[in-house]
Design a protein around this ligand. Structure first.
Ligand SMILES: [Zn+2]
Ligand SMILES: [Zn+2]
Length: 311
């Protein structure tokens, strides 16, 4: 169970609160948040500063782990001292990721409290599938795998360009932990009925359209051109600042995902993807990538990073 007792994500969307009213959920979040502040927990800018420091340390830890891994591969073995160091680093990475996960929950709570009057309840059906899709690449908070306790993530089959509501599922992020060709966990779950009830800031104009209407707008060549330009600008801006995207982190390395562009895309929805900073082409690095294959994902990305979605 999450810190705030609701399943949510880094966008500040609450998932599964089917029986509650928005007011009741906001009040519960406020109580938990106030109690956290009362205990001296870091919030707002202080929390953001602390997260930045932890992320800097996480990068050093990941770099050293990679260095040891490369040494093990080229030398065939590590000394006892190096092996112990590797173990300590993995432990430190787990600890850092736990603290950062908690900071994400605090920040999600702040998004909920700051946007209280914009939050509405959305029942996901065929007309509003894009609203669910809007939420898929943001990190899930509070949905632990019953088999391995890693976080689970909202997914849909990657070969499906236009998924219906029933195509979505929860997949364990242990799927991305690969050692010796074996995945640490492949647990999946169907969405429950309550998972189809979302509470979120629906002020983005694309969310007031139906999935079909929005799909048509995004496939318009003129719109696609403008969106491409805006995402290209965002990409160069992020790369100049050497930053990843705020909403999503790699479940294995804990670092913010990097916005990337494909070489020969067939269209707007085949152009961009998010990759772990340790991702390399041809399966040589971290396996975690997230293809941005829907207008909703692009809208969520632009809204979160620039304040304005696709429309
Ligand atoms: Zn699992
Ligand atoms: Zn990674």
């Amino acid at each position: 169970m999450s810190f705030f007792n609701f399943l949510s994500n880094t966008l500040g969307t609450v998932i599964g609160a089917v029986l509650d009213t928005v007011t009741a959920v906001v009040e519960t979040v406020r109580d938990a948040y106030d109690a956290f502040v009362g205990k001296g927990g870091a919030v707002k800018e202080a929390a953001a500063d602390e997260s930045r420091r932890k992320h800097d340390r996480l990068r050093e830890v990941n770099d050293e782990i990679m260095h040891l891994r490369n040494r093990a591969q080229s030398n065939g073995r590590l000394s006892d001292q190096e092996r112990r160091r590797w173990q300590d680093l993995r432990q430190e990475r787990d600890d850092l990721m736990r603290v950062l996960h908690h900071a994400k929950e605090v920040s999600a709570a702040e998004k909920i409290l700051d946007n209280e009057e914009l939050i509405t309840k959305v029942e996901v059906n065929l007309d509003t599938t894009h609203v669910l899709q809007y939420n898929v690449f943001a990190d899930s908070l509070g949905k632990a795998c019953p088999k391995c306790a890693r976080q689970m993530k909202l997914q849909w089959p990657r070969d499906q360009p236009v998924p219906g509501p029933r195509d979505f599922f929860w997949g364990c992020t242990g799927w991305y932990f690969v050692r010796g060709g074996i995945r640490a966990c492949n647990h999946k779950e169907r969405l429950t009925r309550s998972d189809y009830a979302l509470m979120m800031d629906t002020s983005a104009p694309e969310l007031s359209l139906t999935a079909d209407e929005f799909g048509e707008i995004v496939s318009n060549p003129g719109t696609a051109e403008i969106v491409t330009q805006r995402i290209d600008d965002l990409k160069s801006d992020l790369s100049r600042r050497k930053e990843g995207v705020e909403l999503a982190t790699c479940p294995v390395h804990g670092e913010h995902m990097v916005l990337k562009k494909k070489g020969n895309p067939t269209g707007l929805l085949d152009t961009y993807f998010l990759a772990c900073p340790y991702w390399l082409p041809w399966d040589q690095g971290c396996a975690f990538i997230e293809k941005l294959k829907s207008g909703s994902q692009l809208a969520a990305l632009l809204k979160s990073e620039t304040g304005r979605g696709v429309l």
